[in-house]
Write a protein that binds this ligand. Sequence first.
Ligand code: P70
Length: 460
Amino acid sequence: MAEIKMPFEPFRIKVVEPIRTTTRREREALLKQSGYNIFGVPAEKVTIDLLTDSGTSAMSDEQWAGMMTGDESYAGARNFFHLEKAVQSIFGFTHVIPTHQGRAAERVLFGSVLKKGDIVPNNIHFDTTRANVEVLGAKAMDFARDEAYDPDSGHPFKGDMDPDKLKRCIESKGPGRIPLVLMTVTNNSGGGQPVSLRNIKDISEVCAHYDIPFFFDACRFAENAFFIKKREKGYEKKSVLEIAQEMFSYADGATMSGKKDALVNIGGFVTLDDDAWAERIKNALIISEGFPTYGGLAGRDLEAMARGIGEALDEGYLEHRTAQAAYLGGLLDQAGIPVFKPFGGHAVYILADRFLPHIPRKKYPGWALTVALYREYGIRAVEIGGVMFGSKTGRGREEAYPELEMVRLAIPRRVYTGAHLQFVAEALIELHKHRDKIRGLRIVRESPFLRHFTARLEEL
Ligand code: P70
């Protein structure tokens, strides 16, 4: 078996944050209190927090220095212009409209261009994106290539959208009902898999043919560009920046959660060329987010994002980041733990239905694994499966489940070392040995949208 190397951290640590440990008894009580929902557990009671890579990055010395230059004027703060320039230099669109995070960008964009009965195709929508489409009475549809749903397929670009599935949808529903097509890079609900430039060009051509605007959900664009460099023929010698620029050159705009590949703790934006859409979005922004040069952010946050978005394209950083996922995934895989392959950019995904074959889908094996991982080791992960994406298809009807039942171990950017990941792997390997003791759950309370954040459950 190949040796799995712990990656070298390409940074020194200047500020540290202590990790507190808890006892199993304490964690058991916290689980009970939170309704067996790890979103309800206080972060200080978590040993290693792999809930999300969103807003959890460690900022650099450059970003912290930039925070001191925050211009807190209401309108036209200098940091907005820095952000505008940084975003334009990578994305290449005229308008840059800041928002407090990704879902706010989705809301102001979709709220300005979608109406009831419309359809939004995507490779696979992530949770908030789907919710922001559906809350407007429109329908979110997924057209990822077939390999996306096969955890064992080694296809290098499992994030790709299937152009034929997209065309069939446009032909059958009519282009007039599709105000925009989205493409999520990397594909978060499908194992953090990249989309190839070939596919971006193909989808862009389909959209152009029917005159439908093509937008990216660009949260993890830098990781996607890095995978293109590593895996797509003809891009080996291009810089990650050039690849990102080329990706965006085929689109009409993007929504962005800066909490991922802009390396900030809060922030996002919409960026696009169309003047009429930009005007509508800015008007919507003023109602709920703020004036268009700050969009719900402080000047210092805008500066951190302006600086972070460039740092995310650093190839040494991206090499380490993807090596971290490969290291953790490799240790698990070698120990016989079922994992989604290839390993994604920001996370390792465990195939929970295979990890816990004795728990049926209706008893939420993925959720059960997140509960067990916290209870036994104080590690927090997130279920991407039946609770997050399951839905009742009608009154009293059976629940429908997504194709994949997974637990995501998301790796915060520049936060954990190789030793931390080794601890996580050892914990999972131990847990796997005692997996038959893990029990399923049932939901006792849930909200109509995004139920995973607040649902309460009970162990069976
Ligand atoms: C995550 C978070 C956010 C996200 C995303 C894509 C592809 C838009 C957004 C919204 C959400 C999350 C999930 C589970 C636990 C905690 C947080 N993804 N598009 O971790 O962006 O959060 O800034 O509103 O992945 O994947 P924002």
